[in-house]
Design a protein around this ligand. Sequence first.
Ligand SMILES: C[S@@+](CC[C@H](N)C(=O)[O-])C[C@H]1O[C@@H](n2cnc3c(N)ncnc32)[C@H](O)[C@@H]1O
Length: 311
Amino acid sequence: MKMFISKEVEELSNNYLANPFGNKKDKRIENWIFTLNELPEMKSGVVDLTNEVSVDFKEGDSREIEKLLLNLMPWRKGPFRINRITIDSEWDSGKKWERFKALNLNLRNTSILDVGSGNGYYAFRMVGAGANQVLCLEPNLVHVSQFASINHFIGTEKIRMIPERLETSGLKNTNFDYIFSMGLLYHQRSPEEHLLDLKSLLKERGKLVIETIIAPEGFGKYLQPNHGNYASMPNVHFVHTDLGCKEIFAETGLKVVSETIPVITDSKEQRKTKWMPFKSFEKALDEEDESMTVEGYPAPARKFYILERIH
Ligand SMILES: C[S@@+](CC[C@H](N)C(=O)[O-])C[C@H]1O[C@@H](n2cnc3c(N)ncnc32)[C@H](O)[C@@H]1O
């Protein structure tokens, strides 16, 4: 079989092919494995990863499959469609993907690292855009179980997921054409260290794709939320301004080669659904003034930066 990205990635990811959770300890794993084992084997599906993430089979009991997939809730990223079942996730992740696509980058025949990949929604779209092989790093095991369930039906060998953080993944000697870090920068205690870790795994002419929340210019370099709470999200350490982002990029030896304009998140992009029935966007903003978060900060606006190494 063809090597998966590099000898190092092949070795690190091989262990998770038979059991996506490896030797992780979590009392939910038994239930997830039971659910994954119950998913029916289906043949000759027609897969679309270009316009959406979907697969159509000639047969299959959709109601039974839906019941099993609901066991893997909460579904934060998606949507996915399997026959007539639409996994209507909390986020309409297609919207972020469209913003990325507008940057016109060529993913054909590339090797990609997606750090904090969630359930792999974007990795499927990367393969749809022509990527050769995508390695996902995702420490949240709910997302890992969801990836395994979706790929049970899609069946691509071009994506592998390791249930680890970037810092504990063991990756050292592999260089990727593209590295994605979407929705991670503001969760870092040291954003500079995160950027340096990402940069060290990038090919010389490789591209780093950073997607993050941007604070308005008036905050100087960054907004530092009280007790790390911002838009009902915990562990938000720094929300940089555009200026602040560009400053840490320069400090870490990265240059901006393209960028999008900031887009304010709305309730079309993030909301509570049957597949994620818990607290969502409606709890993030001030009920009386949607331009502010419940904590009294400006509402989140998100933006992409495409970076290359300066040296
Ligand atoms: C806000 S979500 C963003 C998910 C996805 N990238 C997106 O843009 O929709 C951040 C994800 O990164 C994962 N994560 C957090 N810290 C990480 C780290 N140090 N290494 C890898 N993944 C991490 C979390 O488990 C979570 O799934």
